[in-house]
Design a binder for this molecule. Structure first.
Ligand code: NDP
Length: 445
């Protein structure tokens, strides 16, 4: 790593103690930026890197609410408004017990680059709370969302900061948050949130966009080596919004998806995951993944062990950060994996990424491969601004164009900076250049 980059890297480590995920995300980007710093010393002169690793604003707040037994509960809420050089902050809200500032900052930092890569006028941010929605009644979820927005509403808005969903936050939760925002502000400001219900300002294709988009990206990568997903075997981890749509779309393109998982374990179905059964269990019943194996002959459930031990052509991690270790990557490589596309944010550890790159496996990093969700959120904002509603087919074709553009931009940038075929370097540099140039043009702010 270049001396200038190494020094700022050390500062990030010192100034953000204990925030391991944030440091990991910064480190991964810095490892790609050497060729840029050589070609463009002006970025150092303008202090771009030091500014980019410091969020423009970070908000932490108390979220008090009352559970069904009348007990007062307190959670911690966050919104990290990382960078608005390209547009209003844009990024999801995560409700999960593991949430703390370091996770919010890693997600916000990644989001800045991802949003730049989409080519849309959106900055990057992320938010959430250490609230565990699992096992909570609908009334409890609603009261929590209302309390969360009672504080957050003053910091967001269609021109300021536009939240969406993430782990633990789907259309239902966006509905409760939007409702409280509308009540407090006395404004129907559709563009203040994305991922809304279709009947009240949401975009068709938004629920499917991240999962479909990551599959499109995987297919684009495979085409560069003369093959496609048709006839391929695939591992998908997770069974939430991104995973279910990735399984569905990969299957529609002729792939056989062998797995799905949740935090209790994974199922293997050699005949291909039955998407309707998975939806019934995970969305309608909100039950555990082991139920799938109970109800489907020849499928089996594994509670201990790694989902990445299943031999496949393509792996699509869609659950959470650091779910795919260096050892997992080595197993996938040994079993002949050809391509890995990240549906989740930062699911592969640093060692895993290096293992894939050294083995010549096509590797699509999340900030490129899962950008279809936020790109379609930007399309939702466009529809809201023009009070228009687009058809499913038209919106889906826009998503396809977006994913193809992102793929091609990664390839072209990697080639331009001397690393042909390296999607990590391509994505990091392409995202960085767009944000850095906007920051220079707008002065030291
Ligand atoms: P969901 O809450 O809908 O689903 C998350 C899934 O991952 C669940 O199956 C969950 O299982 C599983 N999971 C979560 N934590 C763990 C863990 N520690 N170990 C094993 N499994 C786990 O979230 P999404 O599908 O929306 O998000 C998944 C990933 O995709 C996240 O990394 C998110 O940041 C990323 N992403 C999402 C986008 C979107 O549009 N929603 C956009 C871009 C990225 P369980 O129910 O047992 O917890």
């Amino acid at each position: 790593m270049e001396a200038g980059l190494a020094q700022i890297r050390e500062e990030v480590l010192r100034r953000n103690p204990g925030e391991t995920e944030f440091f990991q995300a910064v480190d991964e980007v810095f490892n790609s930026l050497g060729p840029v710093m050589k070609r463009h010393p002006e970025y150092v002169e303008h202090g771009i890197l030091r500014r980019m690793v410091e969020p423009e604003r970070q908000i932490t707040f108390r979220v008090p609410w009352v559970d069904d037994k009348g007990v007062v509960k307190i959670n911690r809420g966050f919104r990290v408004q990382f960078n608005s050089a390209l547009g209003p902050y844009k990024g999801g809200i995560r409700f999960h017990p593991s949430v703390y500032l370091g996770i919010m900052k890693f997600l916000g930092f990644e989001q800045v680059f991802k949003n730049a890569l989409t080519g849309m006028p959106i900055g990057g941010g992320k938010g959430g709370a250490d609230f565990n929605p699992s096992g909570r009644s609908e009334g409890e979820i609603m009261r929590f969302c209302q309390s969360f927005i009672t504080e957050l509403y003053r910091h967001i808005g269609e021109h300021t900061d536009v939240p969406a969903g993430d782990i633990g936050v789907g259309t239902r939760e966006i509905g409760f948050m939007f409702g409280q925002y509308r009540r407090i502000t006395n404004r129907f400001e559709a563009g203040a949130f994305t991922g809304k219900g279709v009947s009240w300002g949401g975009s068709l294709v938004r629920p499917e966009a991240t999962g479909n988009g990551v599959v499109m990206f995987a297919n684009q990568m495979l085409k560069t080596i003369g093959t496609t997903l048709d006839g391929a075997t695939v591992t998908v981890s997770g069974s939430g919004n991104v995973a279910i749509n990735a399984i569905n779309y990969a299957t529609s393109l002729g792939a056989t998806v062998l797995t799905a998982s949740d935090s209790s374990g994974y199922v293997v179905d050699e005949q291909g995951i039955d998407i309707e059964l998975l939806r019934q269990i995970k969305i309608t019943e909100r039950a555990r993944i082991s139920e799938y194996a109970e109800r489907r002959e020849r499928a089996h459930f594994v509670s201990d062990g790694s989902i990445w031990e299943v031999p496949v052509d393509v792996a699509i991690p869609c659950a959470t950060q650091n779910e795919l270790s260096g050892d997992d990557a080595a197993t996938l490589v040994m079993n002949g994996v050809k391509a890995v596309a990240e549906g989740a944010n930062m699911p592969s550890t640093h060692q895993a990424i290096n293992t894939f790159r050294e083995a010549g496996v096509l590797f699509g990093p999340g900030k490129a491969a899962n950008a279809g969700g936020v790109a379609t959120s930007a399309l939702e904002m466009q529809q809201n601004a023009s009070r228009d509603t687009w058809s499913f087919d038209y919106t889906h074709s826009r998503l396809e164009e977006n994913m193809e553009d992102i793929h091609d931009r990664c390839i072209a940038t990697a080639e331009d900076f001397g690393h042909p075929g390296d999607y990590v370097i391509g994505a990091n540099i392409a995202g960085f250049l767009k944000v850095a140039d906007a920051m220079i043009a707008q002065g030291v702010v």
